[in-house]
Design a protein around this ligand. Structure first.
Ligand code: KIV
Length: 275
């Protein structure tokens, strides 16, 4: 490896040390080519269980399996050189108890090379987070709107409004105390996300939370305009690749039907004799 290609990849303690500094940049990726695109720009890349909805057409993240996370984690790992990879624990892979959580988190890390796992849940998941971190598994917590709990939360609603704010404060303190190196705050009011960010010693990563968070995460297909089934308010579209792709595919179909594709420059002639 040449001196110029040597990059120090962040590890969870480096991320934790970025509390209050330049905001941390995180995007999801599920495939090698997209991992290669986001790698130069991100501190962390999340192989999110959103893969189920974004790439597999599932109606929620509940149907995502360990096998899916491992396959996509391995694909993303092949495309990363500098960003730290975090892999989501899928629904049903950690809620049974600490032993189940350790077994599956260790498998995710061993088989994908992830530096950390992310799991959803606040105070009730604190014993599991403590169990994992004590055994060498760095945990990014995820509180506020936890999509795996969509059925008990009653939809993808903003969490922590009014008196419910105390629940989010309590969750944030509990996952921090348990040893999480950072925490995703999803869909909580700006003021509450700011307060929690100021109160915690670990970085908060916002999604639909606040610019005051220590970092931000978005689903890459959302921000590129590739996933268009629905669009939460917190998604800013930085490109319209879905519309571009539609135009390109329509042009291809038209040219195939008109026999103008392939053109002479896309086909092969006979090889000249002796060449
Ligand atoms: O699965 C996912 O992509 C996530 C982020 C949206 C935080 O959990």
């Amino acid at each position: 490896m040449s001196a110029t290609s040597e990059v120090k990849r962040p590890v969870p303690p480096d991320i934790r040390a970025r509390k209050g500094g330049t905001p941390l940049v995180m995007l999801t990726a599920y495939t090698t080519p997209v991992a290669r695109l986001v790698d130069p720009h991100c501190d962390m890349v999340l192989v999110g269980d959103s893969v189920g909805m974004v790439l597999h057409g599932l109606p929620s993240t509940l149907g995502v399996t360990m096998e899916m996370m491992i396959l996509h984690g391995q694909a993303v790992a092949r495309g990363l050189n500098r960003a730290m990879m975090v892999v989501d624990m899928p629904f049903g892979a950690y809620e049974e108890g600490e032993a189940q959580a350790f077994r599956n988190a260790a498998r995710l890390m061993a088989e994908t090379g992830a530096a950390a796992v992310k799991l959803e849940g606040g105070a009730h998941m604190a014993p599991t987070i403590a169990h994992l971190t004590a055994r060498g598994i760095p945990v990014m917590a995820h509180i506020g709107l936890t999509p795996q709990a969509v059925n008990t939360l009653g939809g993808y609603r903003v969490q922590g409004r009014g008196e419910d704010a105390d629940r989010i404060r309590h969750d944030a303190a509990a996952v921090t105390e348990a040893g999480a190196f950072s925490v995703v705050l999803e869909k909580v009011p700006d003021v509450l996300a700011t307060e929690v960010t100021q109160a915690l010693p670990i970085p908060t990563i916002g999604i639909g939370a606040s610019a005051a968070c220590d970092g931000q995460v978005l689903v890459v297909d959302d921000m590129l305009g590739l996933f268009t089934a629905f669009r939460p308010k917190f998604v800013k579209r930085y490109a319209e690749l879905g519309a571009d792709a539609d135009r390109a595919i329509a042009a291809y179909a038209k040219e195939v039907r008109a026999r103008t594709f392939p053109a002479p420059e896309h086909v092969f002639g006979e090889k000249a004799p002796g060449k």
